[in-house]
Design a binder for this molecule. Sequence first.
Ligand code: 5U1
Length: 677
Amino acid sequence: MSDQIRLRIQELTTQINKYSHEYYVLDNPTVPDAEYDRLFRELLTLEEQHPEYTDPHSPTQRVGGEPLAEFEQVTHKVPMLSLDNVFDDGEFNDFVSRMRSRVSLAVEDAIEYTCETKLDGLATSIYYIDGKFTQAATRGDGIVGENITAQVKTIPNVPLTLTGDYPRILEVRGEIVMPLNGFNAYNENMKKTGGKELVNPRNGAAGSVRQLDPRKTAERPLAFYAYSLGECERLQVPMPESHFERLQELKRWGIPVSNEVKKVVGTQAVLDYYQDILSRRAQLTHEIDGVVIKVNDINAQQRLGFASRVPRWAIAYKFPAQEELTVLEGVDFQVGRTSAITPVARLKPVFVGGVTVSNCTLHNQDEIERLGIKIGDTVVILRSGDVVPKIKSVVLERRPENARDIVFPTHCPVCSSPTERPEGEAILRCTGRLICDAQVRETIKDFAARKRMNIDGLGDKLVDALHASGALKDVSDIYTLQSRDISSLEGQGEKSAEKLLKAIEKSKATTLDKFIYSLCIREVGESTARDFAQTFRTLEAFQSATFEQLFDVPNVGKVVSQYVLDFFADEANMALVQRLLDAGINWPEIKEVSADEQPLLGKTYVLTGSFNTISRNEIKALLIGLGAKVSGSISAKSDALVAGEKAGSKLAKADSLGVPVKDEDAIVAELKGFGAI
Ligand code: 5U1
C-alpha cells in the first residue's frame, strides 16, 4: 500500500511538473486548468496524509514554473505567492471556519472582505521608485522571476509616473491581461492577413509579454490591473489598515485597479458577489476564471499569516470549468430534415461550465479530419458562456492502443437507404427522402414551427410520439388527427388533445408566404418564400413557374430555382400539397396592384451611407410603399443603389456591377415625383 502511494506521488509530481512547464514557461498548455487543479489537489491530499513522502522539490512546495533563460532574472524581495482554490460554497465555508478557529473569532462576528475578480492573465510585479516606473517582473517560481521592464513599459494603462502622495518605494502586483475586444480584433486581423492567431486571451497576454523585442509587445492589446502591494516604503504617512482602502490609494496614485472590486461583510455577501460575477461573466471586458476573496483588515491578515505556499487570509473561488477532459466513447449518426447525416459524439458524461455534457456535434467529415479524432480518444470539451459545448482538441498522448477510426455509414442509420456525399460538399446525405422516418419526423417538426404553420403545442417530443404511434406519417396527417390519437399517448389527456386540435384548426388560416416556407423546400428561407409569394401571388403560378421565371425573382439564384423545380417535379410532393389544401389550409388572396398604386413593383433597391434631409428608414418605408423591395446586399439584379454620405464598399461594388447609383437629391426627387413626399 505504502509503495503504491509513493509511486502515485511520483507519478503526479512528474505529470504536474510537465504541465506546469507547458503552462508557465512555454505558454502552451496541453490539458485544461481543471485537470491540472485536480492532479494538484490529489497530490496535496496525499502529501498531507503522508508527510514522510513530501519532497522539497514537489510542485506543492513552490509556485509556478521556472523563468525562460533568455530573460534577465529578478529576485523578488517579498515572495510572490499563489492562492488556494475552493470550488463550491461548502469549501468556501470550510475556509472561513478554519480562519475563525485560528484567530478565535466567534461565528456572530461577521468578517469584512474585499472581493475581486480573478483575472486570467500573467501575474506581474511593477516597481515605482520616487514615483517613476523602474522595473517589472513576472512571478516566475515566486522567488525568482523574469525582467520584463521594457515590455511592460509599452502597456498603455501602466503609468510611467505616479501622481499624488505616493510612497518612495512602491511595488504593485497584479495581472497583465488581453481584453477580449483587443484579442478578437487581433485575431480578426491575423485571419485577414494570414498571420498566426492567438489561442486564447491568457496565452495572448503571456506570449505578448514574453516577446524579447518590446516593439512586438507594443503591437499587442494589453492591460494591467493591480490587486495587491509588495514592497512598500512609506516614511511619513502610514498606509491604510484595510486592503480595500489600499486599492483605492493605488487608484489615486494612477495605478489601474479593476472596477469589479467590492467590499462586503459576511459569508452570504461573498456568495452573492460570486453569483453576481458568474452571471455577468460573459459581459466582462476580459476573461476571468473565478473570484478572489480577501480578509479586508490588514492586522487580521498578519495574524492569520501564511501556510507554506499560500496566504491563510485569501482564497480563489473558481468558476465551474469551461474546459474539461472526457473520453469519446462512440459516434452516432443523426439524420436531419434536409437529409444531412451529422456525426454526434457520444461522450463519457462530464461536468463542464455548469452543465453535464454527454454528447455534442462533430459537424462533418472535414471537422473530424481537422481534429484528427478517433473513438477512445481523450478530448478537451469547451463550453464558453451559454454557447453549445464543442470538442476543442484531442490529447494525443492519452490515445489508447485500441482507438478506432470514425467510419461514416454507407447506408442511412434510420431507413437503410444508401448515403451519398455530393462532390464538393462536406456533408453526407441520406438518399431515402420521403421513405426516411428521420427526415419525415424533422419535416413535421419544422412544418409546425412558429414561423411556419405556427401550430401551438405540437412540439418535438409530441411529434416523435405521434410519429412512433403511426398517427403522423407525413405533415398532411396533422390535419386528420383525432382526439384519441393524442389523448392515448403517455402524458397526454383529453384536455391537451382538445387544445392541440384547436391550434391545428387555427393554423389552417395562414398566408401564402408562410405556406411556401412550411413546405421546407431546400434553401427556401422565410424571406425567399416572401419573395416568391409576392411575385407569383398564387400557389398555382408558383408551382408551375419555369426555371427562368423563378430565377427572375429578386434575390433568387440558380441553386434555389432548381430546388423549387425539383420539389414540384416530384409527384409525392404534389400529392402532399394537394392533401394539405384539401384539409382546408387557406390564405387571403394577394391582389394585383396596379402600376399606378405601386410603380416600383418588381424593383430592388439597396440603401447605403447616411442621409441629411430624410432618414434611411423613411426612404426604406417609402420605397416599400411604392412596391419596391429593399435589400441589404447588392447584386447584378439590383435596380439601384441609393448612396448617402460615407457610402462604403457597396458603392464600388455597384460600379463594378454596373448598377445605377442615386444620391440623396436624386432619390428625394424620385420619391417626390411619385407623390410619396
Ligand atoms: N484578484 C486577485 N488575483 N490575485 C492573485 N487578487 C489576487 N491576489 C493574489 C493572487 C495570486 O495574491 C495575493 C493574495 C497575495
